[in-house]
Design a protein around this ligand. Sequence first.
Ligand code: SAM
Length: 214
Amino acid sequence: MTAESTLLDLCCGSGEVATGCIRHCGHIYAVDGSAEMLAQAPRAERIDYIQADVNDEAYKAPELVDHIIIGRAIHWVEADSLARLARANLKEDGRIIICSTCWGTEAAWFADYQRLTTPYKGGLGQRQIDTTGAGTLASIGFSAEDQLRVGRRLLVDIDYLIGHAMATTYGDRQIALANDFDNFSQRMRTTLSPHLVDGRLAMDVTSWAIVYYR
Ligand SMILES: C[S@@+](CC[C@H](N)C(=O)[O-])C[C@H]1O[C@@H](n2cnc3c(N)ncnc32)[C@H](O)[C@@H]1O
């Protein structure tokens, strides 16, 4: 990535990845299907936020991009769609970067968090998701070239976890959670409060990125 690079940020959510990357590149087209998620994204001059379903055949970026980046969302992107998006929008030697953050599961409160949020994840909570995208990327002719991992301990409050639950669901399940929001928030507070230390819950997180080339 250079100061001139243009990125296509697929499933950009509230702009978490775009906001971090814009300091290192020229322009970002950041696409998400959820108007609610996009509404939370901090606006920046060189980031264009676009509402679109990335699996919709009609979606095309406004120009060819140097790299495609997908944060915490490769499991939402169909292999056929990613192949089409790469063919139509990615420069010849462009890379696809898959990044995510995984939480350590050892924390005493984690099982309660899983139990409360799983019903809103459309089964994603129970089944193993390939967050690295290795299978999807291999199926469309991309191989891993490089990777980066950064680990640290974070202290979060219950509001953060409620927001995180909203951000990790989509479609009908997200609507169900929005409709049940007050009740869900109350159950989260009641269940997780006993684990708070100075108003926070500790968790070990690892952020990682894998660079794929074709
Ligand atoms: C966990 S968030 C990731 C947000 C951000 N990229 C990050 O790393 O923090 C997943 C996002 O994928 C979006 N999403 C899921 N399926 C999608 C689709 N088919 N088209 C567009 N966006 C989609 C959701 O709306 C949600 O904002």
